[in-house]
Write a protein that binds this ligand. Structure first.
Ligand SMILES: *Cc1c(COP(=O)(O)O)cnc(C)c1O
Length: 230
């Protein structure tokens, strides 16, 4: 890519970050969803005010963190396989996609080995059939109760993708259901569980998610522009 084009891209990314930051209330964390982007694109977003970057893939995240560094927080936002847990706990400041007891045990053991406590969000499959990852709403209370026993993970809230409908208004009931689970779990007051973060909403749906109580939003195309699906 020529310098001219890179500069143009940096300017566009900076504008987008500023626009998004202006539309989210103070106290809400903006995550730049970085899958498929280059380190230069991510650095442009950081210069414009992004403090937290999300990645879906452990290996790509490792390469990106090697270039961009730990000046920002790194969140795992993709489906995490157990065999990647060891690498993931070294790289990430939070895993937003905890979706099974077995994965929790794998993370807990890997963290114990390096004396770390991993902040995690439990991913809710609020759209049910619409996507396959995440815990069904009916199963989340049981899972969170069990998670409160693990010493090297700390549950700090819930995350959901919601169904990928074109019309963001259709995501509202799924965000509402996730918020209800969040409030219900907060009220139980389990040891070692802090219901602090509700991560919901992407580029097309984050405004609706904010109305339904999100305090983390994860935005990719709204910052970096369209990307080729992979
Ligand atoms: C890609 C991705 C996003 C961002 O999606 P956009 O539509 O590009 O804003 C948010 N969350 C997760 C889990 C993602 O994989």
């Amino acid at each position: 890519m020529g310098d001219e084009k890179v500069n143009q891209q940096t300017v566009e990314i900076a504008k987008s970050v500023k626009r998004v930051l202006e539309t989210i209330p103070p106290g809400v964390i903006l995550i730049a969803a970085a899958k498929g982007r280059t380190p230069a694109e991510v650095e442009a977003a950081i210069q414009a005010g992004v403090t937290c970057v999300g990645h879906n893939y452990v290996q790509e995240a490792e390469r990106m963190i090697g270039v961009v560094g730990t000046q920002v927080q790194w969140h795992m936002i993709g489906h995490l396989q157990q065999n990647k847990a060891k690498k993931a706990v070294q790289l990430f400041d939070m895993v937003e996609t905890l979706d099974s007891w077995r994965l929790a045990v794998a993370i807990d053991q890997r963290c114990a080995a390096i004396n770390k406590v991993m902040p995690v969000l439990v991913e809710i499959n609020s759209g049910r059939e619409a996507n396959k990852t995440g815990v069904l709403p009916k199963d989340v209370d049981d899972l969170v109760r069990r998670l409160s026993e693990l010493q090297h993970i700390h549950v700090q809230g819930l995350m959901t993708l919601g169904p990928r409908f074109g019309d963001p208004a259709k995501a509202r009931p799924y965000f509402q259901a996730t918020h209800e689970a969040f409030e219900r779990l907060a009220a139980i007051n389990l040891p070692n569980i802090t219901m602090r973060y509700l991560s919901m909403g992407m580029s097309n749906s984050y405004r609706v998610a904010l109305e339904e109580g999100a305090n983390i939003v994860r935005i990719g195309t709204g910052i970096f522009g369209d990307r080729l699906e992979k």
